[in-house]
Design a protein around this ligand. Structure first.
Ligand SMILES: Nc1ncnc2c1ncn2[C@@H]1O[C@H](COP(=O)(O)OP(=O)(O)OP(=O)(O)O)[C@@H](O)[C@H]1O
Length: 643
C-alpha cells in the first residue's frame, strides 16, 4: 500500500488484508497483504460507486420488503463499502446493522453468488463478533452488478431451521429471483445516475453561462426567451425571470430573426444601435440558430456593450505602454516647469495642445497626462494625422458603416474616437490634418458626438483630446492652412516642450537612463560613458532631440566592446559634427585631417589600454570594428610604433 494512503483492515481467506478507503486517489489497485506475501489485484469499483445504492435507499428498502413478503426470508441489501442500505425488519431486529465483511470481499472478488450453510462456524466468520453464536442458519449472497462492477449485494438469510431448509432446497430459484431484483435496482441506479449527470451538466452549463461577461440569451424557435445569464439580465436592466417568456425582439428590437434562422452553421454578427426605455444601446450582437435534423429548435444570442468591447480590445491589445511623469527624464528648470504644468492640468477635461520640435517627448507627455488623470483605466488612443493618407484618415478617425466601402469590413468599423470613448485621444501631427477634416473635428469637439462615414446616426462620445504638433500653427492660421476656430478650440491648454539643445543640463541624466535601458535590453555590461564621448554628446546640436539621442546611445551600446561608451562607438555623423564644430571654433585645418587626428588618437588610446595583453593588435582592431590588416595600414599611416 502506498505511503499516506488510508485503508482499513478485514479478513480474506483467513488472512488479514487492507482495503483502500473510498476517498483515496489510488483507485486502480487494491493491495492485499497476506501475512508476509503481497498480492496485488485490481478492483476499480472501489472508487465512486459507494453512493450508488445509498442514492436509491428508498427503492432498496421497497425491494427488501417485497423479497421478504414474497419468500418469507430475511433480506439485506448492502453497498460496496459494506454499509447496510436496507434490510427486512426481522434481520435488523436480530442482527442490527452488522454484516460479515469476509463473505462480501469474496463476493466482490468472484462476482458470483455465495451460499453459506453454517454461518458462525465458517472460517470466514472466525473474527466476526457473532462467531460461534450467529443467529443466522443459512445465507445466500448475490452480487449487484452495475456497468460491469459489483456495487453491492442482496443477502437472503434464515433465522430458523425451517427457513434454512427452504434456502438450501430452493437456492437456484432464489438466486435467480435475487438476480432479477438486483437488475431492478441497477435500472433504478442507472436512472438516478442519468438524472444526476444531467443535473451536474445543467449546473455546469448555468455556471458557464453566468461566468461569461457577455449577455447570453437562448430562445425557442420563434424567439421566446427560455434562458438568459446574469450579464444579459443586467444589460437590459431586468431579472432573468422577467426576461424569460418575453420575445427577444422586446430587448433587441432590430434583431433579424428570420435571417438568423436561415443561416446554416454560420454566425450572424452586427452592431445594433437602438433606444429602449429611454436608454441608448450600442451593442455588438452575434447570434446563430441551433438546428436538430434541419429544424430550428433554438437560437443563441450574445450581446456585448460596445464600450466594453472597445475597452477589452484596448486592454488586451496593449495599444501602448503606460507612462507616468516619473518616466519623463529631465530636471532642468524648464522641464520641471513643464512637468508641473502637465501634472496640474492632467485631470481637467480641457483640450491640451503639446508644442515642440520632433522627438522632444510630446507623446510621452500625452501618455503621462492620461495616466495621471481619472481616465487612466480607460483607453488611450494615439493617431498620427501626418502618417495616414488623407483618403483613409477620415474613416480612421470616425469609423465607417457597413456597406460604405466596397471591400470594407462586414458590420462596419469603429473609428479612433469611438475606440477612445471614456478615455483620451492623442492627435499627433495635428498640423497635417486636411482642412475638410478640420471642420469635422471642430464639430466633434463642439457637439461631443460623432457620425460614422455612411451613417446618419450620431454616437455620443466622451473623449479628452490631446493634440500635438511641431509646426507653427499660428503661422499656418495666418497663411490660411489651419482653421482659426479649430486652433482656438485646441489651444485651450498649450504646453511647450523645449528642445534638447536648450536643456543640455539634462543630457547626462538622459544618457545615464538610456545606458541602463539599452544595456539591459541588449544584455551588455556597459555602465557609463567616457569623458570624451560625453563631451561630444554635450556639444552636439540634437536636431532630432531625445529620439536622436536615444538612437545614438542604442547604436553605441550595440557596437561598444568596453564597459563604458567610448568616442569611437558614437555614430560617425556625431563624430564629424563634433570635429566640424571644433573645427569651426578652433582652427581651419582641412576636414580630413581632423578625422585622421581623431582616429590616430583613438588608436593610441586603445593601444595604451590593451598594452599588457598578448593580442593587443587584435583587441584594438576588434574594438575599432576594423580588420587587422586595416589596423596595420593605419599604424603605418600614422607612424605609430608598438613597443
Ligand atoms: N524626457 C524624456 N525622458 C525619457 N525619454 C524621452 C523623453 N522625451 C522623449 N523621450 C523618448 O524619445 C522618443 C521620442 O519621444 P516622443 O515620441 O514622445 O516625441 P514626440 O515629440 O512626440 O515626437 P514626434 O513629434 O516626432 O512625434 C521616445 O522614445 C521617448 O520615449
Amino acid at each position: 500500500m502506498p505511503k499516506g494512503v488510508g485503508g482499513k483492515t478485514g479478513y480474506f481467506k483467513d488472512k488479514l488484508y487492507l482495503i483502500l478507503n473510498s476517498d483515496t486517489q489510488y483507485i486502480s489497485e487494491l493491495t492485499f497483504v497476506l501475512d508476509n506475501d503481497i498480492l496485488i489485484t485490481t478492483y476499480p469499483h472501489w472508487r465512486n460507486n459507494m453512493t450508488y445504492l445509498m442514492d436509491i435507499q428508498a427503492d432498496a428498502q421497497r425491494v427488501a420488503n417485497a423479497i421478504n413478503a414474497a419468500l418469507g426470508l430475511e433480506v439485506t441489501i448492502s453497498d460496496s463499502d459494506y454499509n447496510l442500505v436496507a434490510s427486512s425488519r426481522g434481520y435488523f431486529s436480530s442482527k442490527g446493522s452488522v454484516l460479515n465483511s469476509s463473505f462480501k470481499a469474496e463476493l466482490f472478488r468472484s462476482q458470483k453468488p455465495i451460499i453459506v450453510e453454517n454461518p458462525g462456524y465458517h472460517p470466514y466468520c472466525a473474527d466476526c463478533s457473532w462467531a460461534k453464536k450467529c443467529p443466522e442458519k443459512a445465507l445466500i449472497l448475490t452480487p449487484i452488478i452495475f456497468r460491469g462492477q459489483v456495487i453491492g449485494d442482496i443477502g437472503l438469510t434464515s433465522f430458523s431451521e425451517e427457513q434454512k431448509n427452504k434456502i438450501l432446497n430452493y437456492h437456484n430459484e432464489y438466486i435467480e429471483f435475487l438476480n432479477q431484483m438486483g437488475e431492478f435496482l441497477t435500472v433504478k441506479i442507472a436512472e438516478r445516475a442519468v438524472h444526476n449527470e444531467l443535473l451536474i451538466f445543467s449546473e455546469k452549463l448555468v455556471n458557464a453561462i453566468n461566468f461569461t461577461e457577455e449577455g447570453l440569451i437562448y430562445t425557442d424557435s420563434i424567439g421566446t426567451i427560455t434562458l438568459c445569464n446574469t450579464a444579459a439580465a443586467q444589460l437590459f436592466n431586468m431579472s432573468s425571470n422577467e426576461m424569460r417568456g418575453l420575445n427577444v425582439i422586446n430587448v433587441l428590437p432590430s434583431l433579424p430573426l428570420k435571417k438568423i434562422e436561415s443561416l446554416d452553421n454560420e454566425t450572424w454578427e452586427s452592431e445594433l444601435i437602438f433606444t429602449r426605455q429611454n436608454r441608448k444601446y450600442h451593442l455588438l450582437v452575434s447570434a446563430r440558430s441551433i438546428k436538430v435534423k434541419q429544424k430550428v429548435e433554438a437560437l443563441i444570442i450574445s450581446a456585448r456593450d460596445m464600450q466594453e468591447v472597445r475597452q477589452f480590445v484596448y486592454r488586451i491589445g496593449g495599444t501602448g505602454k503606460l507612462y507616468s511623469f516619473e518616466d519623463i527624464i529631465g530636471n532642468c528648470q524648464s522641464m520641471r516647469a513643464v512637468k508641473d504644468l502637465a501634472k496640474e492640468i492632467a485631470n481637467s477635461v480641457s483640450t491640451v495642445l503639446l508644442l515642440g520640435e520632433t522627438g522632444t517627448g510630446k507623446e510621452l507627455f500625452a501618455r503621462a497626462i492620461h495616466c495621471s488623470s481619472s481616465r487612466h483605466n480607460k483607453p488611450f488612443i494615439a493617431i498620427n494625422c501626418g502618417a495616414i493618407p488623407d483618403t483613409l484618415l477620415e474613416s480612421e478617425l470616425f469609423g465607417y458603416e457597413d456597406g460604405t466601402f466596397t471591400g470594407g469590413r462586414h458590420g462596419g468599423k469603429p473609428g479612433k474616437f469611438e475606440m477612445a470613448n471614456g478615455g483620451t485621444i492623442f492627435l499627433d501631427e495635428i498640423g497635417d490634418l486636411p482642412l475638410y477634416l478640420q471642420v469635422k473635428l471642430l464639430r466633434v469637439i463642439q457637439e461631443k458626438e460623432i457620425e460614422r462615414l455612411g451613417s446618419s446616426k450620431t454616437l455620443p462620445i466622451n473623449v479628452r483630446i490631446i493634440a500635438a504638433t511641431h509646426k507653427n500653427l499660428e503661422k499656418m492660421v495666418r497663411q490660411g492652412e489651419f482653421r482659426e476656430d479649430l486652433y482656438y478650440r485646441l489651444n485651450v491648454i498649450p504646453i511647450y516642450i523645449p528642445p534638447l539643445r536648450e536643456r543640455a543640463d539634462d543630457i547626462p541624466l538622459l544618457i545615464e537612463h538610456m545606458i541602463k535601458k539599452y544595456s539591459n535590453l541588449l544584455s551588455k555590461n556597459i555602465t557609463g560613458i567616457s569623458d570624451k564621448a560625453m563631451k561630444a554628446l554635450m556639444n552636439y546640436e540634437w536636431p532630432g532631440n531625445i529620439r536622436e539621442l536615444e538612437n545614438c546611445i542604442e547604436y553605441a551600446i550595440n557596437i561598444e566592446k568596453d564597459t563604458v561608451i567610448n568616442l569611437s562607438s558614437l555614430p560617425s555623423k556625431l563624430l564629424q559634427k563634433t570635429i566640424s564644430t571644433n573645427c569651426e571654433k578652433n582652427d581651419a585645418k582641412p576636414f580630413r585631417e581632423k578625422i585622421d587626428n581623431v582616429e590616430k588618437s583613438e588608436i593610441i588610446t586603445l593601444l595604451e589600454k590593451y598594452k599588457d595583453m598578448a593580442n593587443v593588435k587584435e583587441k584594438v582592431a576588434q574594438e575599432l570594428g576594423i580588420s587587422r590588416a586595416t589596423l596595420y595600414r593605419r599604424l603605418r599611416k600614422y607612424n605609430i610604433v608598438i613597443k
